[in-house]
Ligand binder design. Structure first.
Ligand code: SF4
Length: 281
């Protein structure tokens, strides 16, 4: 079977940096190294970091002492940094610089008094972090989290400043840009979708148009992987797997060409396993 991997897929800059910071910290220190929440959204890589480097995950800082705390790639609210300082924890900030850019854009819009609209998943750690930073800047700010661009268009506020979760679908950003232009709305908008997300989405979309089946590899808890699945499903039979164990021979019946893409938190070793298994079918 002919297998082609998307031109852009897998580990992004922010994830590589977060893993590098966490592993270097664990190797250089005698203290326990923990990540605050999952460092990245890939259970297999998190398990490897625990097995090979002893890096543990905690979901709250309560009661934690004498440890290095690595802040996840998608950030935390400012109160968590303060709590860590009070508890004398050594903070290693692995917040991706593109996430910091969204936090700063949100702060700037709130400072200027705009009603802020954040387009993204309300429960996602990145959104919780952005909200925390914006509220810290201006506790009385009007802030809304909307899951979709359509929700914002339907709300049709008189004034709005819009930022996006870094891993939101780029085509939706362009749709909102068009809507604002066509209706000459006085809304402010900043494109805060990161380059890796945009490249992975473009490449997956392009490949899915040329194959019979798309396999999208990544954590089931990974928002950017789920969005790749949605994009690919518009053009080809598409399946989301975390590991090689989930592949089903039946998916490939009648297929001559298979495309493979992977979310930004998916390590290359997981991709290699899946590709080798498809090629051997
Ligand atoms: S997906 Fe983008 S924002 Fe998120 S860690 Fe990777 S580079 Fe940073």
């Amino acid at each position: 079977m002919d297998v082609e991997i998307a031109q852009h897929s897998g580990f992004c800059y922010g994830v590589k940096e977060a893993i590098k910071l966490a592993t270097e910290t664990a190797e250089a220190s005698d203290r326990r190294t923990v990540t605050f929440g999952p460092l990245i959204h890939n259970p297999q890589e998190i398990e490897r970091l625990g097995r090979e480097y002893g890096i543990e995950r905690v979901d709250a800082l309560d009661g934690l002492t004498d440890a290095n705390v690595v802040i996840r790639a998608h950030g935390v609210p400012p109160e968590e940094f303060e709590r860590a300082a009070v508890q004398n924890l050594a903070v290693v900030d692995a917040t991706c610089r593109f996430v910091t850019d969204v936090q700063n854009a949100a702060i700037d819009f709130c400072r200027k008094g705009y009603p802020l609209y954040i387009v993204g998943e309300p429960q996602h750690p990145e959104i919780v972090g952005i909200l925390g930073h914006a509220r810290r800047e201006r506790p009385d700010a009007e802030i809304h989290v909307v899951e979709t661009v359509d929700e914002l268009i339907a709300a049709n506020p008189a004034r709005a400043a819009v930022v996006f979760q870094t891993t939101h679908e780029y085509a939706k950003y362009k749709r909102l840009e068009r809507h604002i232009r066509e209706h000459t709305l006085p809304w402010k908008m900043k494109n805060t979708i990161c380059g890796a997300t945009k490249s992975n989405q473009y490449a997956a979309d392009e490949l899915a148009r040329r194959v019979d089946v798309m396999i999208v590899i990544g954590g089931k808890n990974s928002g950017n992987t789920r969005r790749l699945v949605e994009l690919c499903a518009m053009h080809a039979r598409s399946h989301h797997v975390e590991t090689v164990a989930e592949l089903d021979r039946g998916w490939f019946e009648g297929a001559t060409k298979v495309g493979v893409t992977a979310g930004a938190s998916t390590p290359q070793w997981v991709v290699d396993d899946v590709v080798a298994a498809i090629e051997s079918l």
